[in-house]
Design a protein around this ligand. Sequence first.
Ligand code: ADP
Ligand code: MG
Ligand code: MG
Length: 880
Amino acid sequence: MKHVYFFSRGQTDGDRDMRDLLGGKGANLAEMSRLGVPVPPGFTVTTEVCRHHLLTHHLPDGVEEQVSEAIRRLERLTEKQFGGADDPLLVSVRSGGAVSMPGMMDTVLNLGLNDQTVEALARISGNECFAYDSYRRFLQMYSDVVLEVGHRSFEAILSDVKRQAGVETDNELEADALRSVVRRYKELIETESDSPFPEKPEDQLWGAIEAVFRSWRTPRAQAYRKTYRIPHDLGTAVNVQTMVYGNRGTDSATGVAFTRNAATGEPKLFGEFLINAQGEDVVAGIRDPLAIDQMQEVMPDAYSELLETARRLETHYREMEDLEFTIEKGTLYLLQTRSGKRTARAAVRIAVDMANEGLISREEAVLRVEPDRLDEVLHSMVDPSVDFRPLAVGNPASPGAASGRIVFTAKEAVEEAAGGDPVILVRTETSPDDFEGMVAAVAIVTSRGGKSSHAAVVARGMGKCCVVGTKDLEIDEAAGEVRADGKIVRRGDWITVDGASGEVIEGRIPTVKPEPGEDFHTLMGWADEFRKLRVRTNADNPADAATAREFGAQGIGLCRTEHMFFGEERIDAVREMILADDKAGRAAALAKLLPMQRSDFAGIFRAMDGLPVTIRLLDPPLHEFLPAEADEVRRLAEGLGRSVDEIEGAVARLHEANPMLGHRGCRLGYSHPEITAMQARAIIEAALEVAAEGVDVLPEIMVPLVGHLDELDNQRAIVDGTARDVFAEQDRKIDYLVGTMIELPRACLTAGEIAERAEFFSFGTNDLTQTTLGLSRDDAGNFLPLYVEAGVYASDPFQSLDTVGVGRLMRLAVHEGREKRPDLKVGICGEHGGDPPSVVFCHSLGMEYVSCSPFRVPVARLAAAHAALKETASAESESS
Ligand code: ADP
Ligand code: MG
Ligand code: MG
């Protein structure tokens, strides 16, 4: 069996498609060798050998022979000898799995050096400093990663010698000084590891190879794989490669480069290099590296070769590449290439530029940008050039970054924000009561709750930065302080929050707000050409509606009317309505709300001129509108001319053990038909009003939480009756639709029946997930993360649709609904509407649209394009 794959110009076994077997580094070293790019020759021991070794602690048969044979081949090719006393062959040993993984074994350079070969190297190169510099580097790396001894003490010895020699940097040391470094290193190794340093190159080589295999299992590598969901059984390959030397003097160097700017995407070589240095010196920050442009002056020939090579690699890979290179005595060598990591902005620009350059197609360009990353393009973030240590890190719930003064309650937020300085609301958790405070704050931080907690959902809806479940933040509202990381910050102190990273930082850290540029709009335009799904937004005020429209929303998929009930003057009327003793009292309170709702709807209709607007009738349980705190109860009692006892009694009567499954949704309209009638009237009157102004208005009235056809019938009769009355009163008409949310399993199971009376379905997948899985998302925090970690659910089902369970009900509902009513409009308006994998699923069900919060609209547009393009691609590959 073949365990070892050779690479050198003209004799290369592997290629770029063999990542799984050779690892990414090995596959690309092979590919570059095939291309004729200057790569020092070497060989790759496969990931299969590693897997075998991990299971059995032995090497499979034949590996040792194949490695020896490959070493012989390198000797012939380079005309050097491994361990040779005349002209020694030195190699590097480098790990590299199929998926790139920092945290694995570090590289060992200059392997093959010992007390004899170092002298040969000095002689051959005529440069003793270089030989001993290479040797001390080898001793240090080998001890660190193979013998696992001495890390700190090596640094101490080196500093000591530098101090004695009176120099600042490593490469100012003279040969004698370096010799003494080497001697002291070896003494240290011998004491610490209880055996002398292995002098035989073969022993060194096998020591290093097995260390690479072992490094697959280190806690840090395991932790990394867990975080990024990399399977634990892949194993790593080992690359053994002839050394080239960037530390041979001032005509030698080592560096890293991106073929385009990784931060901005500008099509220009970008990177750094260091003269007379080796390996990771550039990254390690030992000396200040030079910008790659400066190479043009100091090494013009190598520079133009690097430019030329970068261009070749980019054209070959059709990707922005991240290169590692070394220059030995003016000659360029490539040591690594891989696709380069980049900011979201750069990703967008590079995709668009490459399509315009003809390097890739527009379809590929669209597929090159991960939809989720558009968040970074659209929101502010903490200035990446600033160093800080966060007070605490929570769950990043809604992206964006902001600085503000700490407040602890919604009331404080409103009051303090009026003073002019921005405020950040810091609370254990938020409730609907806090809504106005959340509006007033620039950011929201909670110490409890997950990404689908109240704070997270509401903040995302507002496009406001939010971090939730920041467990290390001890919030002491009474003392007016927050404790974390051994520090105390107080009410009124400044903090900065980054909702994309989850960081909560003391003080005011500068933030940067990227303007989505022309490239962004170009890419989104292409995405729009390819997608089939329409994208609507969830919005309940004209400002959000307008923002969403700018982001490309094609209508409103969910306008939650209850959010309009929380405004300062309104809440009193709402409470009066809830607490009324009889129908007449209720009617009086509703009459106060009618004009307010009408003007809300009119504003939204105007903002959405020409586009459909789905308005949901009142949904939440009534007690959510009632006061919880004593002074609020007192104020309400005074306002209504009632006793505190009466109010408390009413609050207690409305209390529910399980409000999520309680008196809410269409059940409210069923028991209080006048609420539905008021809302229907407000919608129809507003529509007539704006239609008279020339606005093209398309209202869709949506009945929530229907489980039984009769519920829809009942509500529909009220809506249609009210509409008829209003049309008669005004002697005018407009078209409107009545449909329903599909958010209960029973609605899915009887979708055929329901479709007879519903003109549209909109999946409310938050409730549908709760009711299908039988778990309340507010209470799932203690066990759901465990399930996700264990892989019971592939991801949080409130974030990404559980396509197997919930998705099956949806499929059934779409199928049976369309069977009864072929022109049934189907969409989704839960949080999932902005989640890329869920969007892909909605596409596969053939829905008309997805609806999501305004800032997610571009994400959903791109995700919808991905869904359509990937479907086409897989259909093509099946038919061919
Ligand atoms: P990592 O995966 O951490 O980047 P590498 O295996 O790429 O580790 O090695 C790190 C650095 O070591 C390379 O970027 C290069 O500078 C240096 N290096 C590795 N192999 C050689 C070699 N054969 N000759 C010269 N330098 C090398
Ligand atoms: Mg590397
Ligand atoms: Mg719902």
